[in-house]
Design a protein around this ligand. Sequence first.
Ligand SMILES: *Cc1c(COP(=O)(O)O)cnc(C)c1O
Length: 416
Amino acid sequence: MSVLARRDPAVAAIIESEKVRQVETLEMIASENYASAGVLEATGSVFTNKYAEGYPGKRYYAGNVHSDELENLAIDRAKELFGAEHANVQPTSGAEANMAVYLATIEPGATVMGLSLDQGGHLTHGSPVNFSGRFYNFVPYTVDRESEQIDLAAVRTLALECRPKVIVSGYTAYPRAIDFAGFAEVAKEVGAILMTDMSHIAGLVAGGAHASPVPYADIVSTTTHKTLRGPRGGMILSKLEHAEAIDKAVFPGTQGGPHLHSIAGKAVCFGEALTPEFKAYAAKIVANATVLAEALQAGGLRLVSGGTDNHLILVDCNSVNISGLKAQNALQGSGIITNKNTIPYDTRSPFVGSGLRLGTPALTSRGMGADEMKRVAAWICGVLQDPDGDGVRERTRQEVAEFARAYPVPGITDAE
Ligand SMILES: *Cc1c(COP(=O)(O)O)cnc(C)c1O
C-alpha cells in the first residue's frame, strides 16, 4: 500500500480512479498526452520544497546549488533540442509564458495581431475575458473562407493597415502546417516582432515532424505538456537580443519562485525528446493523424481544411447534422474523450460549437499505429452517425474499454 493510501485514502482513491479512467478511455484531446514515468518521478520530487527566486547564479535565497545545476541542465537541453539562442524554462504554464512575452515586448494598448479565437487562436491571443484582450489592442486575422487555411497575403494586407508591434503565429485548433518563414517576412516588412506560440506542436518541432519556428521567430513560447510529453509548464525561447527582457518579464515581472519540480520534469522531457525514439514518435503522431483523417472522411465526416498536416483534426459536425457539444458528449459516453470546438465562420456559440477537435499524441504514446487509428475512426463514425443510440454507445464503450486496456499507458501501466 502506498504512503498516500495510508495517510490520505480519500485523495489516493481519487488518483487511483483517475488512473483507471486514463487506461480505459481513448484520450483524443489534442492538447493532452501521457508523461513518462521519469517525467512524473522528477515532477513529484523534493524540488517541490525549494525556493529559488531569480536565475542560476543569481538567486534571492541560499541553498540553491542543486537548483542551479538543475535549471542550467534544463536550459542547455532546451537550447540544444530547439537550436535556440536563449531559453527561459521558468514559465509555469503556456498562459504565463505568453503574458511574459507581451510584458517583455510591448506597452499596454499596443496593437498585436493573432488568429481569431473562434478560428483556432488561443485565449491568450486577445480574448476579451483574458488579460491579453484587456491590456492590448488585438486585431484578429482570419483563415480563408474557402480553404479554411491561413492566407499570408491577407495577413500582410491587415498588417500593413494596422501596423502591429507583435504578430502572433501558432494556434490551438489549426490542423495545417504553419509557414513561419512567410510570417517572418510579413513581420519584417511592418517592423513587428514575430512571436510564435508553438504550444500545440512543440513535440512535432522537437522531433522534426513540423518545420521549426526557432530560426524565424524573434520569440517562441510553448507549453511543455502537450505533444512534447513533459510536465505541465511553459517555456520561452528567443534570440539573444530579447533574452534580458524575457528573463525580467518572467521574474520578477509576472512570477515569483520558479517551480523547480516542474523544471526537473522539463529537463527529463527535453532529454527524452533529444533521443532518436522521440523523432520516430513525432513522425508517428502525424502519420496516425493522417490515417485517422482519411478514415473519418471515408466514414462521411467533413474535416475543416480538408485534412491535417499535424497531430490535430477538426471535424465539422454539420456533416452529420449535430453540434460539437453533442458529438463530444456522445463520444464521452463511449469512452472516447475529445472536445467540442468552434470551426471557422461557425454559426453556433462557442459553448456549443460545430466542431470536434481530435488529436493523436496520447494514443501514439500508447504505441498505437495505423490499424488502431482505423478502428478508432470506425467507432467515432458509428457514434456520430447515431449519437442518440444507447445501443451503439454502450456497445462502443465496452469495446473501447477492452481495446484500450491492451495498450500500456506510460507512467501508469508501463513503468518506462
Ligand atoms: C495550451 C495553449 C496555451 C496555454 O497553455 P496553458 O499551460 O494551459 O496555460 C497557450 N497557447 C496555445 C496556442 C495553447 O495551445
